[in-house]
Design a protein around this ligand. Structure first.
Ligand code: PHE
Ligand code: ZN
Ligand code: ZN
Ligand code: ZN
Length: 277
């Protein structure tokens, strides 16, 4: 995979922060801040040659939106799908949760375009709405898929919080093949990983897994506390949460560890390139 410039990912985070600042401090489901977040990502994807679709749904009387981006080409009977939720909680701007992965997968998608990738498999990226209300957008998407289309999804890769300020490196263990892709990547970089347990069933991979689609993903930690042993292998502060600003107003652009953001974005690119070939 090509290098993914972390400066590019951070520039998207600055824009998502500005969106929140301009819309009452958050980018939550059903708000103008959420819509502005969709508009920003969609414009980048359209300019890069993706075919984008906005899928609408309703939750709590408000319209929610998923943004789907297809890279033209690749055999659609085998699709590699990569997703991240784009909504924040109402309490704050949602920059680590989940601007981090929304921006990270955007930058990976833009790298697909820059390199004119011609993958054997079809590539699809998704930004989900209303995850914070119980994975509403991703569940809506999976529910609307025909059994035939569901069967064409080779893998769904989910990313929710990848730049935690006191980071850990957690790999989903739901599917052995996908887990190995990430573990091999980090092993080659001498970065220790652990199995992801904090979020089991608590993000947008759950609806896919429930439907029988193989799922994988990465996570850098939320409100669990980093142990002394974990601080030894990953650095950071033992006895402190991986993300002390989880679901809080302080989840701003200051609430990001650039190294974790860069390492995880590189791993996403590596996995997409590998799985699509
Ligand atoms: N889904 C949780 C949220 O958005 C975050 C989370 C992700 C927690 C992965 C654990 C594991 O709030
Ligand atoms: Zn959240
Ligand atoms: Zn989240
Ligand atoms: Zn690698």
């Amino acid at each position: 995979a090509p290098d993914i410039p972390v400066a590019g990912v951070k520039a998207h985070l600055d824009r998502l922060q500005a969106v929140a600042d301009a819309h009452g401090g958050n980018r939550a489901h059903g708000t103008a801040g959420y819509q502005a977040s969709v508009d920003y990502i969609k414009e980048k994807l359209d300019a890069a040659g993706f075919t984008t679709t906005v899928q609408e749904f309703t939750r709590n009387g408000r319209t929610g939106r998923n943004l789907i981006a297809d890279w033209p080409g690749g055999g659609t009977d085998r699709t590699v799908m990569t997703g991240a939720h784009l909504d924040s909680v109402t309490e704050g701007p949602g920059i680590n949760d989940n601007g981090s992965a929304a921006a990270g997968i955007l930058e990976v998608a833009l790298a697909v375009s820059r390199t004119h990738l011609e993958p054997a498999k079809h590539l699809r990226f998704a930004w989900w709405g209303a995850e914070e209300y119980g994975m509403v957008g991703s569940r809506h998407y999976v529910d609307k898929l025909s059994a035939d289309d569901r069967g064409k999804i080779d893998a769904y890769l989910n990313f929710d919080m990848i730049g935690s300020p006191n980071p850990g490196y957690f790999v989903y263990d739901d599917d052995a093949r996908l887990e190995k892709v990430f573990k091999d990547h980090f092993a080659a970089k001498n970065i220790a990983t652990e199995v992801e347990t904090e979020g089991d069933g608590r993000s947008d991979h759950a609806p896919f897994k429930d439907a029988g689609v193989p799922v994988g993903g990465l996570f850098s930690g939320a409100d669990y506390i980093k142990t002394a042993e974990q601080a030894k292998k990953w650095g950071g502060t033992a006895g402190k949460a991986f993300d002390a600003c989880y679901h809080a107003s302080c989840d701003t652009v200051k609430n990001i560890d650039d190294t974790a953001l860069g390492n995880n974005t590189a791993a996403i690119a590596d996995a997409v390139w590998k799985l699509a070939s």
